[in-house]
Design a protein. Structure first.
Length: 564
């Protein structure tokens, strides 16, 4: 029966790893390897009629209205339009007068992890990256040309830096008249905020009524963020949220292959581009009907956006659409306050229902302690206290198993040629000693989802990024530079494994050591915060198991491996 128990435990452990890997694939926007769900079925997306009218993101030669692209002496295109920079206390934004588009967002309070002398850039338009926020007008069914994100606009005079004592900074772009329409874009930056208020005012200066459509889109290349680890790869790509289908994320490859199933019409929600720790999103108010689209616009270039129709605008009148644009870190409380469901861009995957309360508790602990490293350790301590009686039951069962192991070993050797009699004798020993072979399994299995959820909390929380703990740990989101924490993690794993009763079967004994050690090797590449959490859990488990064994009269003994 001891063999059976061990076999079942390893089967459960292996199956749990399969499930975790499968859901990890889904979390990263990939197809499930083992258990594809109905929601992942391939569905051809037929974009709204108006989507085909949205201009592509890359300007080709001669495509800018009224201006041809020439080449300067350096060989790069000479722009017929300008770029201007505006700065708040948290953002440094670069706008292009071509369309009044946002082409670069630099975060004043977040450094680039690859080069900490520089500030982190999310949106960008450089030789290595393309990630833009664009908006404009299209004509829908008619052939009238309205101002788009390719239309060269005029930046109206105004301040470019948020002054001390001021709370807002306003930047305006005005288009030339096209199709009898003038488009005025107004961006309002607010102190301390990563969200911009964006007002699109459509003025009909012509002689006939017009019915344009406003589009808002994010355009990005399909590359992973620089420095992304292959050991804990997170999702990068477009996402949408609607009340009907909630949060939906889509892999770039599915867009390229036209294999996307998303909500295509709504009167609520948002569209976003998501990557590890950061996101951007266009937000329209509830009640405004919009068509949602995703499409490939060029080689390795993808767009997600929404289109809203404007009713007939009579000559001499105007229509205004208010929106918000967010580009910043995935701070849950900030995101939730901006729009319903926006906090879901911080994606915990299939254990969100557990992860969100854990993050809330971690945040509360941090508000008292003030250090994220110590807060992680305190949270694990609280979880171990909450599961104390479950763990006590498991370790008590293990202690009993350890106490009867000598009898089982002797009996196995004596009856090794009579398997049926061996099983009967084993059941008799368990019955007489009141030992439940499965007693140590289920209490531990119940806790596994909680600790996996905590894993995703620590992996996804931007608060860990570039945050120090103590001494040599200057960044909880990066691996330990001296590998001290992973070595301690491996040591605690060895000690915890050695405290467990050794299986009589030699093959099972080898497996009992091989799996934890292989698991420990992965932690050499994991963020320090994750390793710290696991070390704390291991140490508390060892301490509890030691105390319970001592109380039960089973002296703690380290069963070291014997690989012969």
């Amino acid at each position: 029966m001891n063999d059976i128990r061990r076999t079942i435990l390893w089967v459960i452990f292996g199956f749990s790893m399969v499930l975790l890997w499968d859901q990890w694939q889904v979390h990263n926007g990939k197809k499930a390897t083992f258990f594809p769900s109905q929601s992942q079925a391939v569905v051809q997306v037929t974009p709204p009629v108006a989507v085909s009218s949205v201009p592509t993101a890359i300007t080709t030669t001669g495509a800018v209205p009224g201006n041809a692209i020439t080449t300067n002496n350096s060989g790069s295109p000479a722009r017929s339009h300008d770029r201007l920079v505006v700065t708040s206390d948290v953002l440094k934004l670069t706008f292009d007068t071509e369309g009044g588009s946002l082409v670069q967002t630099e975060f004043v309070k977040h450094v680039d992890m690859a080069d900490k002398s520089k500030q982190f850039i999310l949106l960008d338009d450089s030789k290595d990256r393309i990630y833009l926020a664009q908006s404009g007008l299209i004509s829908g069914a008619s052939a009238v040309a309205f101002p788009t994100h390719k239309t060269v606009m005029t930046a109206l005079p105004g301040q470019r830096t948020l002054a001390e004592g001021e709370n807002e900074l306003v930047l305006q772009f005005e288009s030339p008249v096209l199709g009898g329409v003038k488009l005025v874009k107004t961006f309002t930056l607010t102190r301390g905020a990563y969200a911009l208020a964006v007002k699109h005012e459509v003025v009909n200066v012509g002689a006939v009524a017009v019915s344009p459509q406003l589009y808002l889109q994010l355009v990005r290349d399909g590359n992973k963020p620089p420095g992304e680890s292959s050991f804990y790869s997170t999702f990068t790509g477009p996402a949408i949220f609607t009340e009907a289908k909630k949060y939906q994320k889509v892999d770039f490859k599915d867009i390229e292959n036209n294999k996307v199933d998303i909500e295509k019409t709504a009167d609520n929600g948002y569209i976003a581009m998501v990557q590890h720790y950061f996101a951007s999103a266009w937000l329209l108010g509830d009640g405004i009907k919009r068509d949602i689209f995703m499409r490939k616009v060029d080689t390795n270039l993808y767009a997600v956006g929404m289109i809203t129709s404007l009713d007939n605008i009579a000559p001499g009148t105007s229509r205004t659409v208010d929106a918000k644009f967010f580009a910043g870190p995935q701070e849950e409380k900030v995101l939730a306050a901006l729009s319903p469901g926006l906090d879901l861009v911080k994606d915990y995957g299939w254990l969100t229902i557990l992860a969100k309360p854990l993050y809330w508790l971690l945040d509360k602990i941090h508000s008292f302690i003030g250090n994220w490293g110590w807060s992680i350790m305190a949270l694990v301590l609280l979880l171990k206290a909450a599961f104390y009686w479950l763990n006590a039951k498991a370790y008590s069962s293990m202690a009993k198993m350890k106490a009867v192991n000598p009898k089982i070993t002797e009996m196995r050797e004596r009856l090794k040629d009579s398997p049926q009699q061996m099983q009967q004798e084993m059941m008799r020993i368990y019955r007489e000693e009141k030992v439940n072979p499965m007693g140590g399994c289920f209490p531990i299995m119940i806790q596994i989802p909680v600790f996996i959820a905590l894993y995703w909390v620590l992996l996804s929380s931007v608060e860990m990024r570039n945050t120090p703990w103590i001494l040599w740990i200057h960044d909880l989101s990066s691996p330990d530079p001296f590998y001290i924490l992973p070595l301690v993690m491996t040591l605690t794993t060895v000690l915890q494994t050695a405290l467990n009763p050794a299986p009589p079967d030699p093959l099972q004994a080898k497996m009992m050591w091989f799996m934890p050690l292989a698991f420990s090797i992965m932690f050499f590449f994991f963020p320090a915060g994750l390793v710290l959490y696991w070390i704390t859990n291991n140490i508390l488990s060892i301490a509890q198991q030691w105390v319970i064994n001592t109380r039960m009269g089973v002296p703690p003994q380290f069963n070291l491996p014997k690989f012969k």
